[in-house]
Design a protein around this ligand. Structure first.
Ligand SMILES: [Zn+2]
Length: 234
């Protein structure tokens, strides 16, 4: 008698368990689907806002605004785009192993920092007697116009040897120009390419473009402007 009353209870319980299991599975599927779509939307937004490693910033092309960017510290005071952090660390290590003492003297700069730097120089030139117009023209020859500095991308660094001895400095710069490509960096403003880059020769300024592009740019002895127009222009 006890068994006959217990059996329908068990059946009911079984059914309830099945319903619960199906409900839970459906919720799980719904959760996974929403997460998947959320990730796709975020990925799409990220792609739209982020700059590529080959983004051109020069006198003609301004640094893209309101982009998503992750910065990381390379030392106590300088930050770079995290995509070049590991290669930069390895390049500095490689440079040290070659007998130099490299340090970063400039890295990421925000748009407002670039503007302040430029305006400060304009003011200094005006104090020295230039009128506003010629002070701006003169300043633009020494510092990139606000919005037009590669440092705003976080993909450029200025490198110097700890020892301020000019000869040591020159030897390290020479070493970098021959070896930086191995870690994805190029000498961005080489001598003799001023008309193409729109920038005077700068032996301290290195730009990260990734290892394969850096290798090609180094081997072909071309600038980023030439590389982009050779391989990526429409
Ligand atoms: Zn620089």
């Amino acid at each position: 008698m006890e068994h006959s009353t217990a059996t329908p209870e068990t059946e009911k319980e079984k059914r309830r368990k099945w319903i619960l299991l199906i409900a839970m599975s459906l919720s799980l599927v719904a959760l996974i689907t929403s997460l998947f779509f959320l990730a796709r939307i975020e990925g799409w937004l990220g792609r739209r806002n982020s700059t590529t490693l080959l983004t051109l910033v020069d006198t003609e092309n301004a640094a893209p605004e309101d982009r998503e960017q992750t910065l990381a510290f390379i030392d106590d005071e300088h930050m770079v785009d995290e995509r070049c952090l590991s290669d930069l660390e390895q390049l500095l290590e490689y440079c040290r192993s070659a007998g130099f003492a490299p340090r970063v003297t400039a890295a990421y700069r925000s748009a407002s920092e670039q503007r302040e730097l430029f305006n400060a120089l304009v003011e200094r030139l005006m104090e020295q007697g230039s009128d506003a117009e010629s002070a701006k023209t003169l300043a633009a020859k020494q510092i990139d116009l606000p919005g037009h500095s590669e440092h705003q991308l976080g993909l450029a660094v200025d490198l110097a040897d700890e020892e301020e001895d000019a000869e040591k400095q020159a030897r390290m710069q020479e070493w970098l120009s021959a070896n930086a490509w191995e870690y994805g960096f190029i000498l961005r403003y080489p001598e003799g390419k001023e008309t193409i880059t729109g920038h005077s020769f700068d032996p301290a300024h290195y730009r990260y473009v990734g290892q394969s592009a850096a290798k090609q740019i180094f081997e072909l002895e071309i600038t980023l402007e030439e590389y982009v127009s050779m391989f990526y222009s429409k």
